[in-house]
Design a protein around this ligand. Structure first.
Ligand SMILES: [Cu+2]
Length: 120
């Protein structure tokens, strides 16, 4: 028992300097390149057999969380095959957009479900 309590008390001391270094690097990077926007995460809700509104200002590197609120299985499938996210009922899946351009998105199970991503 004494050895466990020693480990517990020593581990925060080891982790703390690493956290300080990471946070300093993070602040430094933001200050050096303010023009490079940090990647953002957006949520696209799928509900009642439809894709909800998609983000208007998507950029390369941004993340999309596809949130399936339906009791049906869907997919978010890119027309250019850059992603194909399987979405069981009431689940979510993540895509990182890797290239600029316009990508059509459909559901493999319900071809009537369509949306479009514009990535700059
Ligand atoms: Cu579907």
């Amino acid at each position: 028992m004494p050895s466990i309590s020693q480990r517990r008390s020593s581990s925060p001391v080891r982790i703390y300097p690493a956290l300080v270094i990471l946070s300093v690097l993070g602040i430094g990077a933001a200050a050096v390149s303010p023009a490079a926007a940090a990647p953002k995460t957006y949520v696209v809700v799928i509900d009642k057999m439809k894709f909800g509104p998609v983000p208007a200002n998507l950029r390369k590197g941004d993340k999309i969380v596809w949130l399936n609120r339906d009791m049906f299985r869907h997919t978010a499938t890119a027309g250019n095959k850059s992603f194909d996210v399987d979405l069981p009922p009431t689940s979510k899946g993540v895509t990182v957009v890797r290239s600029a351009g316009v990508i059509s998105v459909t559901c493999r199970y319900h071809p009537g479900m369509r949306t479009m991503l514009k990535i700059s």
